[in-house]
Design a protein around this ligand. Structure first.
Ligand code: GTP
Ligand code: MG
Length: 471
């Protein structure tokens, strides 16, 4: 493998900047740049030289001989001063030491650490998640995963699976008539246990994935219902222009907020109505595209406008028909979106009985798909936040023991779970050992994708290319 080099700290002006070298030419780099050998893992202050033996800088150098380094290869870390020109000079000096030394690709140090068995795939991904964490909780969970908590849970599942597989494979070698019925019973119990354990890991991983991936909400409604006002209220700042003129927002305005550490991407859209205005029409096209990616759609209406057809029936505990409020001019079928809809009845500060309406927001109504708010005065906004968490299944009270996970991990866990369920059901129906053995093997392969025991070059390429350079 080539020897790789990269700046490990971000570019710009800073107190220090770190250059990292990894690979078989590292010792040669050490002799050339530092003019001497270093004691392993000792921080040494000394000058850094270029090819012409001119001093480029002076700083701290640390040499980590293989295999006791981050990548598992010989690694040299040069802690220079943090100026861009200086660090470029140092990078160039390192590259000039041998023709086989090249700049590292994004994530290449972590990829080598993975390939050399220093980390498993879930841990390597946790490094990137830690660097990119968007909230305190997300960072804390990423550390848990980096330290192996998630991988450990996966290993436990794999251990249960292997144990069961060994048991099943052994029975396959016996003639049917000498199999102990108790052993058959034991299989049923083990399958059930496995299914429950898997469910628990999925529950924890999905909380972690939510902290990483968050939710996307789209504010939808006719012009002037208060979409931009709601965006500004949720964001706590004036992100979008608000005026009394219908058609103020023409484009999508996006802002990210946090709800208890979960990132929420809010998309404020152009008011939807029948219009010939070219700009508004283009805005509505964008609204349609945004709706397709939404985890949740907040369909907003104006309390004054819908007083008779919505608020009075609601106050009288009569059902309302969401169809009435779905904007026809969107030209999208309500059926495709209704599971993601929350009706937001805005501007309740303007109606007389708003206290009664707010009371309807409370208790079990938090989980219902309609809420009364005033984007202007902030009424009902706390309940809306709780509602959004609930829609995503984000439960802050059960975060204890959670770790960072990704959609990819959840997909693999869900595949494993469905194999286990199929295995249990078909075992009950037919007690066919061969079928059981192959379904369990499939479940184990799915779990192996998480830690990287089972992997493809494509998958590795995709994962590590999202890392930053120098990591
Ligand atoms: N009283 C009251 N006025 C509100 C409330 N929310 C918004 N408004 C007012 O309604 C008007 C329109 O608000 P916007 O937030 O611009 O509405 P919008 O839905 O983004 O409108 P478009 O961008 O035109 O589609 C402004 O004058 C706001 O001050 C509210 O809760 N109460
Ligand atoms: Mg607007």
């Amino acid at each position: 493998m080539d020897t790789i080099v990269a700046q490990a700290t971000s570019r710009g002006v800073a107190g220090i900047g770190v250059i990292r070298v990894s690979g078989s030419d590292t010792r040669q780099v050490m002799l050339s740049i530092l003019g001497r050998k270093l004691l392993p893992r000792y921080a040494t202050l000394l000058p850094f030289y270029n090819k012409q033996h001119v001093t480029i800088d002076q700083g701290i150098a640390i040499f980590y001989p293989a295999p006791h380094s981050f990548t598992g290869e010989d690694v040299l870390e040069l802690q220079a001063h943090g100026g861009s020109i200086l660090l470029d000079n140092l990078l160039q000096a390192v590259r000039q030491v041998a023709s086989s030394i090249r700049l590292a690709h994004p994530g290449e140090f972590s990829e080598r650490a993975f390939l050399n068995g220093k980390l498993d795939l879930a841990q390597a991904e946790a490094i990137s998640d830690l660097i990119h964490a968007s909230s305190e909780q997300a960072a804390m969970f990423a550390v848990q995963s980096l330290q192996g908590r998630f991988s450990e849970r996966i290993h436990q599942l794999v251990a249960l699976l292997s144990e069961l597989r060994v048991h099943v494979e052994a029975m396959l070698d016996f003639a049917e008539d000498i199999i102990d019925p108790l052993a058959l019973d034991k299989i049923e119990k083990k399958l059930l246990d496995l299914e429950q354990q898997c469910k628990k890991v999925i529950q924890q991983a999905s909380q972690g994935a939510l902290l990483r991936e968050g939710m996307k909400i789209v504010l939808l409604g006719a012009p002037n219902v208060g979409k931009s006002s709601l965006l500004n209220n949720l964001a706590g700042k004036d992100c979008a222009i608000v005026t009394e003129h219908p058609g103020t927002t023409r484009d999508i305005v996006q802002e990210t907020i946090q709800i208890d550490g979960m990132p929420v991407y809010i998309l404020d859209t152009a008011g939807v109505h029948i219009t010939q205005d070219k700009i508004e029409c283009l805005g509505i096209v964008r609204t349609r595209l945004a709706l397709k990616q939404a985890d949740r759609i907040l369909l907003m209406v104006d309390a004054n406008v819908v007083y008779n057809c919505m608020i009075l029936p609601l106050l009288n505990d009569e059902p309302i028909d969401t169809k009435l409020f779905w904007p026809e001019s969107l030209d999208l079928p309500l059926e495709d979106y209704k599971d993601k809809l929350t009706l937001i009845i805005n501007k309740i500060d303007l109606i007389d009985n708003h206290e009664t309406c707010l009371a309807l927001n409370q208790a079990e109504h938090i989980h219902s798909n309609r809420l009364f708010v005033s984007a202007k005065d902030g009424l009902g906004i706390d309940v809306l936040r709780v509602h959004l968490k609930h829609c995503m299944g984000f439960d802050t009270s059960s975060l204890e023991g959670t770790f960072m996970a990704r959609r990819r991990h959840l997909d693999a866990l869900e595949r494993a779970q469905s194999c286990i369920i199929t295995a249990r059901e078909s075992w009950r129906a037919s007690e066919a050992l061969e079928l059981l053995a192959s379904t369990l093997q499939e479940a184990q392969l799915a779990l192996g994708e998480i830690t990287g025991v089972v992997r493809s070059d494509d998958l590795l390429g995709k994962i590590f290319s999202e890392f930053c350079i120098g990591k």
